[in-house]
Design a protein around this ligand. Structure first.
Ligand code: HEM
Length: 203
């Protein structure tokens, strides 16, 4: 559709400028467009929704942020929200290139490993009392963006986007509240990215 009716967006540019005889194939354009939508948009928009829900369910935490919505405080809070929400529930797949021991388990070179990011972000040896949302804790070691050579390419952009949203809510809408019961929310738990289909709010 974008190839036939281009708009001012990245998928139109992929379809019009980059799809061609000596350029990208249709399959490559589709793969890139899917990557931009899933990796860039699904992850960020669901992390925004899950983070707002976490703040609305913990009014004391939102109040702490609203007390001083400085860039420094918002940046620390966003790291904890990334840890607590971990929207990217897919599991990076890796192959061990050398024998390695992790948590007392020996993994031999050539064996496959599925890395579960959600449980890793609730590891109580790293984050004491991990099920508690504590915006003051230093969560920067979380794995919400993965780790290593394939760590999320968009993490800097995602952090800026989250800091903008969370900062704006703390400054301008500190009285924001849920307009429905948590039990009524429709959670997305059937895909690579965890999230909520809609988050009705009021103020
Ligand atoms: C809160 C938002 C986001 C989360 C939670 C997230 C999470 C992740 C995770 C867990 C991975 C896999 C890392 C691994 O395999 O070890 C990943 C990879 C990737 N992400 Fe993100 N991401 C977010 C936003 C974005 C944005 C905004 C973009 C681009 C505009 C993006 C582009 C990518 C790309 C291209 C990869 C593949 C990197 C590679 O395989 O080398 N992500 N992301």
């Amino acid at each position: 559709a974008r190839r036939e009716q281009p708009a001012d967006d990245v998928i139109s540019r992929l379809a019009v400028e980059h799809w061609g005889a000596d350029r990208l194939s249709r399959d490559e354009v589709v793969a890139l467009a899917t990557m931009v939508l899933l990796a860039g948009h699904e992850t960020t928009s669901n992390t925004v929704a899950l983070s707002l829900l976490a703040l609305l369910r913990h009014p004391d935490q939102l109040a702490w942020l609203a007390e001083d919505p400085s860039e420094a405080r918002v940046a620390v809070a966003v790291e904890e929200l990334l840890r607590y929400t971990t929207a990217a529930q897919f599991f990076p797949r890796r192959v061990a290139v050398a024998d390695v021991e992790v948590g007392g388990v020996r993994i031999r070179a050539g064996e496959g490993v599925l890395v579960l990011l959600g449980p890793a972000n609730r590891d109580e040896d790293v984050f004491p009392d991990p099920d508690t949302l504590d915006l003051t804790r230093n969560s920067r070691r979380h794995l919400a963006f993965g780790y290593g050579v394939h760590q999320c390419l968009g993490h800097a952009l995602a952090r800026v986007e989250l800091q903008e949203v969370v900062g704006a809510v703390a400054r301008r809408l500190p009285a924001l509240r849920l307009a429905t019961e948590v039990g009524e929310l429709d959670f997305k738990d059937d895909g690579f990215v965890y999230g909520i289909r809609a988050l009705p709010v009021t103020w």
